[in-house]
Design a protein around this ligand. Sequence first.
Ligand SMILES: [Zn+2]
Length: 412
Amino acid sequence: MIDTVLERFLRYVVIDTQSDPASSAQPSTEKQKDLGRLLVDELLAIGLSDAHLDEHGNVYATIPANVEKPVPVICFCSHMDTAPDFTGTNVRPQIVRNYQGGDIRLTGDTSRVIRVADNPELNAQIGHDIVTTDGTTLLGADDKAGVAEIMTAAQYLMDHPEIRRGKIRILFTTDEEIGRGADKVDLQKLGASFGYTLDGSTVGEIENETFSADGVDIAINGVAIHPGTAKGKMENAIKIASEIVARLPKDIAPETTEGKQGFIHPVDISGSMEKAHISLIIRDFVEEGLKTKETLLEELTKEVMKAYPGSTFTFTIKEQYRNMKVALDRHPMVVDNLVEAVRRIGLTPELHSIRGGTDGSRLSFMGLPCPNIFTGGHAYHSPLEWVSRQDMEKSVETIVELVKVWEERTPG
Ligand SMILES: [Zn+2]
């Protein structure tokens, strides 16, 4: 088990699987299937006989149960694509063996340095083997570390039939980085009761909370008129929209909030004299907080509109995703069992919230409660990304231990 997760990781990161937000296909890039096909071959080779790639590039496979007890079917999930933020072509992984502290200067672009000051987690890595890029690409530990960990755990479980287990489903998705990872997942076909994404970071961290998210569209119809004869009549929609944006509360913005605070954030504005349009995103950890912000935004819009009696507006709220904790709290054993597994392998479990969403938050509300497990990766989406072999091994151990906990805690 010790070397395998590193070997697998090094094999997967050199395959370019960058997703593309400009494409409307799924997968957004055909090359994501290159990794999918390799994984299917490897899953078949370790004895998961139903492993296959579907038309959207998702990989499904099953580790069969070896007990009679009705252990709930759990799923382990990672995404195969890498972020569009930085190139993933010609990844040349480098290994700093037996790291002794200090900054890591990357060999292919020496202007790039992984600094301890920016990565205090490096202080916990003394003696570890750290994988980096050569500085010219991202590494893709997000999320190929997760993929390698699930693959390694699958092989370990198949090689150790004495470990009692329920049925385990494996799912590798495409296009997570462009927000479409859960779109084409067939939960019926997956047939799992609960899931775990391996897409987190520092060892020991469990993410069981995400933002709740809505989008708001404000469409303004002004009064357009020839500027030469506009006095007392024109109501320029561009100016109305600008006024609304200028009045957004400055202390409820992404740039002024942190921790559990939510925000209102304009993401797009366009317009002409006649019509203007503002798109905003609303974020909070509780639904009540979303409502308060939406009311505030609507009131503020009405307030601005009062000065423009000939103009009208529409205010549309669209639900985007919900804090996964709401779904997880209905099934406390999903996180409890994970906490127990992490503790058993000698780590201190830490529950974290994410100021964002994950595939897990989408899946949680599609019916698959799904917290996020650490993979050991750091500095995602950048050429300074890194992960250590020892941390990846901890993630593999966590998966194996979690399988045991589910079996043990099922009465039967
Ligand atoms: Zn990821």
